[in-house]
Structure formats: C-alpha cells, structure tokens
Write a protein that binds this ligand. Sequence first.
Ligand SMILES: NC(=O)c1ccc[n+]([C@@H]2O[C@H](COP(=O)([O-])OP(=O)(O)OC[C@H]3O[C@@H](n4cnc5c(N)ncnc54)[C@H](O)[C@@H]3O)[C@@H](O)[C@H]2O)c1
Length: 257
Amino acid sequence: MGRVEGRVAIVTGGAGGIGSAIGTVLCKEGASVLFVDADADALAGVADELRSAQADARFSTLVADVGEEASAARIVEAARAELGQIDTLVNCAGMRSYEPLAEARTETWNRILEVNLLSYAWLTQAAIGDLRASGRGSVINVSSTHAVNPRAGMGQYDVTKAGIVSMTKTLAFEEAKHGIRVNAVCPGLTFTPFHRKRAEAAGRTQADIDREAQGGCLMGRWADPMEMAYPVLWLASDEASYMTASVIMVDGGRFVL
Ligand SMILES: NC(=O)c1ccc[n+]([C@@H]2O[C@H](COP(=O)([O-])OP(=O)(O)OC[C@H]3O[C@@H](n4cnc5c(N)ncnc54)[C@H](O)[C@@H]3O)[C@@H](O)[C@H]2O)c1
C-alpha cells in the first residue's frame, strides 16, 4: 500500500520543478494525480517521464491558466471526470516579478495576485465540496520562506507568499469542522529549471550558482525538488493526521542565519 493509496490529487504548477516532483511522488505512493500547468510542452515532458518511470502511474494532465477564475471549475471537473472525487489539493503554481515596490506596475500586481494568491483561493473554493466529502481532505499550499522573511526587489512576490500563509491558517480554522486539514510548505533555495534558465540567461556558471547557496542556509547547498515533495507527501497522508494550520519551513536551516 502506498502512503496516499487511492487518493485523488490536483497539483497546480505540475510541470514545474517542485510541482512535477510533488505529483510524481504522490503517484508513486498510490494517488491518482491531475497535473495542471499553463506550459503545455513542459506538461507533456512531465507526462512522458512519469510514464517511462512508472508504467502503472494513474494520472492525467490539463493545460490551464490558474490565474483565470474560470479555470478553477474546469480543473475540478477534469479531476472528477478523469480520476474521481478529490481528496488532496496542492496549490503550487507560481510566477515571479522583480519590480521594486516604488516602481511596481498595477498590471503586474494584478497578475501576480491572480496567479500566486487568488488561484489558490479559487481552486480551494471549487474543490471544497469534494474535500469536505472526502473525510480526509488535505490542502497543501506552497508558499516560500520569503513569506516571513522578505527582501528587496521581489516585494510583489513576497506579499503573495505572505498572503498564502494567512489564507492557509484562516482556511484551517474554517474547515477543521469539515475534516479538512490545511497546511503550507515554505521552500527555501530549491534548484529548479526556473533557476537554471535564469542563471544561463545571466551567463552564470554552475560554480556561481553553487556559491549562491553556500551562504544562504546552514546546509550550504540548493535543495533538490524532491526534498520539497516529501514534506508535501507527508502532509497529504494520514501520517500527518494531527497537522493543520502549520507553516513548515523546508529551508536547510536558512531561518536561523
Ligand atoms: N524554487 C525555489 O527556490 C522556490 C522557493 C520558494 C518557493 N517556491 C515556490 O514553489 C512553487 C514552484 O516553484 P518552482 O521553482 O518549481 O518554479 P517553476 O517555475 O519551475 O514552476 C512553476 C510552475 O507554475 C506554472 N505556472 C506559472 N504560472 C501559471 C499559471 N498562470 N497557470 C498555470 N501554471 C502556471 C509554470 O508554468 C511552472 O511550470 C512556486 O509557487 C514558487 O513560488 C520556489
């Protein structure tokens, strides 16, 4: 028996570094997973990899922009139709912006709020009936260590991540009586294709990238996306049956620095 055997899960940002790792590990542990992402090519790549790694994986993919409110109903309907009643919702899709607050444009504010924050709320609302009926409903929201430890230059992103922490706690309050656990995972430096592409575009070498993490946390290295996926798996499983309203820092000890 897998650790989440027989459950149905939605993972947004499922084609990204962390989201694909989460979806893959949930499949490996017996869940049926709907991977949702706006990037159709990356999603097809994740599906190919998963099929060749695990022939009996039960999953489906959906191309959708989670930053559009109407997508939430479409995602939930697809999950139900293709996999069954939803037990687990992992909100992981995210975008970044690099405008200092003094120069931040309304257009960017609106988009990042829709993608990083409102999509989590819309999808939760759309799936709430299934999550309540499940009896073991679990929502896991991917935030960031920068939710509680902001920096200069990414204020809009950090605000959305702080909002996710707040939303997680409120939802945990409201849904405890319906048996839904709601938790947030805050990744620290996690090496994903996003970081690789960004470093390459800036002409930085692997040594430069490694140096970035050296002083960034006690462990002195980047996390692998699987190191984010396992805490999410745990929160989705019955092993975490007393966990709700928690905000878990998975940051290699960044916080004490
Ligand atoms: N990598 C890190 O160091 C790190 C640290 C803290 C938090 N996080 C958070 O973890 C999550 C995953 O990050 P990642 O590093 O894997 O990034 P990533 O860019 O590899 O993955 C994000 C995924 O979200 C998808 N996405 C973006 N906008 C979307 C939209 N509107 N609709 C549907 N899909 C959309 C992208 O296509 C991408 O596949 C994000 O929420 C990010 O903020 C990452």
